[in-house]
Design a binder for this molecule. Sequence first.
Ligand SMILES: Cc1cc2nc3c(=O)[nH]c(=O)nc-3n(C[C@H](O)[C@H](O)[C@H](O)COP(=O)(O)OP(=O)(O)OC[C@H]3O[C@@H](n4cnc5c(N)ncnc54)[C@H](O)[C@@H]3O)c2cc1C
Length: 379
Amino acid sequence: MDLELSETQKLIQQTARDFATKELKPGAFEREDKGIYPFEELKKMAELGLMGVNIPEKFGGVEAGVVAYSLAMMEIARACASTAVSMAVTNMAAEIINHFGNEEQKQQHIPKITSGEYPAAAFALTEPHCGSDATALRTTARKTDRGWVLNGTKQFITSGEHAGVTICWARTSGQGAKGISTFLVPKGTPGLSYGPEERKMGLMASNTVSMIFEDAQLPNEALLGDENLGFSVSMVALDGGRIGVGSQAIGIAQSALDEAIFYAKERTSFGKLLAEHQAIQWMIADSATELDAAKLLVLRAANLKENGKPFTREASMAKLFATEAANRICARAVQIHGGYGYIKEYPVERYYRDCRVTTIYEGTSEIQRMVIARSLLRG
Ligand SMILES: Cc1cc2nc3c(=O)[nH]c(=O)nc-3n(C[C@H](O)[C@H](O)[C@H](O)COP(=O)(O)OP(=O)(O)OC[C@H]3O[C@@H](n4cnc5c(N)ncnc54)[C@H](O)[C@@H]3O)c2cc1C
């Protein structure tokens, strides 16, 4: 793997870094504190090409590839993890439509995602009774002479309420993984409503809602990919999504480490700077080492995906390691801040909370271990 970034990758990284530093970071505390969804920021990011990093130019994307996407995600997450998760799901939805959609579906939705005409896009797999075991989903889609009728509830959907289009999985026949199909659900679909916004531990400026389908009407053209083969669509999407969440965790952890180093060089105890105590130095050294290892794993998975090679196991390894490491790094950053690490005015308090969910969504750490072990044991 070539570790030297291409000019395009450097450009995307720099674009994301500049935007994150100048426009995203300054308002992050207030958005988080007041639970303000980053409409304006997401729109500007679309204008910069960050809502279609790995999408062909003909649909308004910048066609810069998966490594560039991962680098951009790290930069955005350094400044505001809530915005990063909205960006991640939106890019993921655009990629799914680009991968599995027909020309008409692509023309209908992708340019609206990449241009920011849709504030966001969403991905609705989880249901109230099942997340890890998505094959147990109960939302149904019944075929009629006018299209499809959906009934059921989706849980914890990021940007669900604001998404111009949501990719949604429902059962069209049978049981288990067989008989699940994928649908494109535009905002305003008759019979679709939203639950109240979830009150979360972190990512307060992101939108997390349930989506309720009560005889929701969709046209025939809403079916994405083949009928009954939708489960494999969700698995392909999640493989890519795991690179996004790994990158998000790295961005949050990088900021936590930066803050920890800054604080350790300012604060004194026992007549010395914190940075002069070996215990603190070791925490910083461990964090920096784990962060570098996480970046290498995530960029390896991104590189494999970009080159059309199998990357399922590598994406799971990257997500598992990066998100678990990021949680350790954020915990150490709080520890280095002492009591101030527990106080909202210090950003490490937010990083610690924002980071927590990265080992849970897009497949928990336990599910990543299952994917990795299965792939190894299969031989
Ligand atoms: C803020 C937030 C945003 C989210 N956004 C989205 C979204 O946009 N779209 C979407 O579809 N979903 C979304 N989710 C849902 C998320 O993906 C699920 O919560 C996650 O997949 C876990 O599912 P669950 O909550 O049902 O936990 P469960 O599946 O009930 O798991 C509970 C625990 O049991 C463990 N476990 C389960 N099965 C096994 C097993 N076989 N072996 C070992 N351990 C096991 C899990 O690892 C976990 O620790 C979001 C969740 C949150 C909190």
